[in-house]
Write a protein that binds this ligand. Structure first.
Ligand SMILES: NC(=O)c1ccc[n+]([C@@H]2O[C@H](COP(=O)([O-])OP(=O)(O)OC[C@H]3O[C@@H](n4cnc5c(N)ncnc54)[C@H](OP(=O)(O)O)[C@@H]3O)[C@@H](O)[C@H]2O)c1
Length: 446
């Protein structure tokens, strides 16, 4: 009797082990939401790399007939189920849903449903993670699944997993860098003498910039990414709308000529710095010393520099956008989730944000030249307590439309903004003075 019971228990255990081993060996099923630039590249990488342990089973997109017959669909295995009904994904056996549609709605609601249904989610959606990340991460934790977003910042550059896994042991106090490839393409082309409008038109022609380029050139895309980086590097949850932004559209070719005389170039820099319980954050075109790694990135390259209390500076750089580089980041996330790699998690706190920095500034004026202009500007700066460091005037410009530059010693952003507002009212000013921070290696937030 005892022997009989033992043998039936052994049979059950063996059959359980067989079932478990079948589950372990059967590939993790993947569903894609969105078959656009990144979604189709993810399908191509999965099909061509034939990575073990994962299997693409479903693709969702609206107007699926158009997508199925596209050239990008040729690599998709015949076994994949195409659908334009989200519920087919929700009720499928896919364990990982990969959201690559973009935008807040319907992506947020659908991701919530997938997490609540016990499916892990991989996304590249920076707006969604910047604005709704905190509550989505809580929901994922509640249901014991993962929400991973390695491609949401800097596309193919593994800055998010690099910070989480590789720098979690440091105390990062500052992050700065270039996280918008469109602005970097425009500004690095202007470095060689091209005008803003012409380069923007080229960028639109090449598909680097949207017909309405505001999200890129006015800094809104970069500030969403800066907020994501602040969460993982500074453990600070920021309100993206509270982060100061400044457009690159007011930069002119002459600014690069003056920047060069100062040993600098101009880049759209996103920077955030921890100061007690407050985060100083800003996305703006800034003068960057040519010796800084940030100045070395050209074209659509991205670059992020982290500064840690113990480990010092670490630089991440590479292709920040594009279907295939971004797909590499997405597929890496898929593999990590499929192999049950648990991401490092550290407590994150909601933090106040200010755009105030203590930095030297570059002021470019375009004036109808008359005697007394420089003394008027010096007076306006003295009134707020800002000291002039240098004055530059290149020859060859007409007197009635003369661009010249003043740089200041380090002063607060709010101080210089007060002086600029006063100087903008001078009769001689043909346009509002352009005011840019000059990035220095040891500058401080205030
Ligand atoms: N492209 C990059 O280099 C890059 C880099 C990093 C991160 N990302 C992020 O990756 C995500 C995808 O970007 P992408 O460049 O691949 O965008 P995309 O080319 O516009 O692709 C989005 C796809 O989703 C579909 N879609 C959008 N809304 C939908 C809806 N409500 N219902 C059904 N289908 C919908 C679109 O269909 P239609 O074709 O019908 O519009 C399209 O096929 C975004 O969050 C983006 O910010 C992109």
């Amino acid at each position: 009797m005892a022997t009989k019971r033992k043998s039936s228990l052994t049979k059950i255990a063996t059959s359980n082990r067989k079932a478990a081993s079948a589950a372990v060996n059967s590939p993790v099923k993947i569903a894609l939401l969105g078959f656009g630039t990144v979604g189709s590249s993810v399908a191509r990488v999965l099909a061509t790399s034939k990575l073990p342990g994962v299997e693409l089973t479903h693709i969702f997109n609206r107007d699926v007939a158009r997508k199925r017959t596209s050239a990008a669909a040729k690599c998709v295995p015949a076994s994949v189920v195409w659908t334009e009904n989200f519920h087919d994904i929700l009720h499928s056996r896919a364990e990982i849903v990969v959201e690559l549609m973009g935008g807040l709605d319907p992506a947020e609601g659908w991701i919530r449903k997938c997490l609540a249904a016990g499916k892990s989610v991989v996304t590249a959606n920076k707006q969604l993670i910047a604005y709704r990340g905190a509550s989505l991460f809580r929901l994922a934790a509640k249901h014991g699944v993962q929400l991973v977003h390695g491609a949401a910042v800097a596309g193919g550059v593994p800055v998010i997993p690099g910070i989480l896994q590789g720098l979690g042991g440091d105390q990062i106090t500052r992050i700065s860098g270039i996280v918008n490839g469109t602005c970097n393409y425009i500004l690095s082309r202007m470095e060689t003498g091209a005008e803003y409008a012409a380069v923007l038109a080229d960028a639109q022609g090449l598909g680097y910039a949207e017909a309405n380029p505001s999200a890129d050139v006015d800094g809104f895309d970069a500030r969403a990414k800066l907020c994501i980086l602040s969460r993982i590097a500074l453990h600070a949850e920021l309100d993206p709308d509270a982060v100061a932004t400044q457009t690159i559209s007011t930069i002119e070719a002459v600014d690069f000529a003056y920047a060069k005389e100062l040993g600098c170039t101009i880049r759209q820099v996103s920077r955030a710095q921890m100061d007690g319980g407050i985060v100083h954050a800003r996305v703006a075109p800034m003068l960057v010393p040519q010796s800084s790694p940030i100045a070395w990135s050209h074209g659509t390259q991205n670059m992020v520099v982290t500064s840690g209390r113990f480990g010092g500076d670490v630089v991440f750089s590479g292709h920040g956008a594009g279907g295939e580089p971004t797909a590499v980041a997405v597929v890496s996330d898929i593999l990590a989730v499929a192999q049950k790699a648990v991401a490092v998690q550290l407590p994150v706190r909601r933090r106040q944000v200010t755009g105030e920095f203590l930095a030297p500034h570059y002021l470019r004026f375009v004036v109808d030249d008359k005697p007394g202009i420089v003394s008027g500007i010096a007076g306006a700066l003295a009134k707020v307590g800002a000291n002039i460091d240098s004055l530059l005037q290149r020859p060859g410009y007409p007197k009635h439309k003369l661009p010249f530059v003043i740089t200041t010693e380090p002063c607060l952003t709010s101080t210089i903004e007060k002086a600029v507002a006063a100087m903008a009212k001078f009769d001689c000013m043909l346009e509002r003075p352009l005011c840019l921070q000059i990035l220095t290696i040891d500058d401080k937030a205030e």
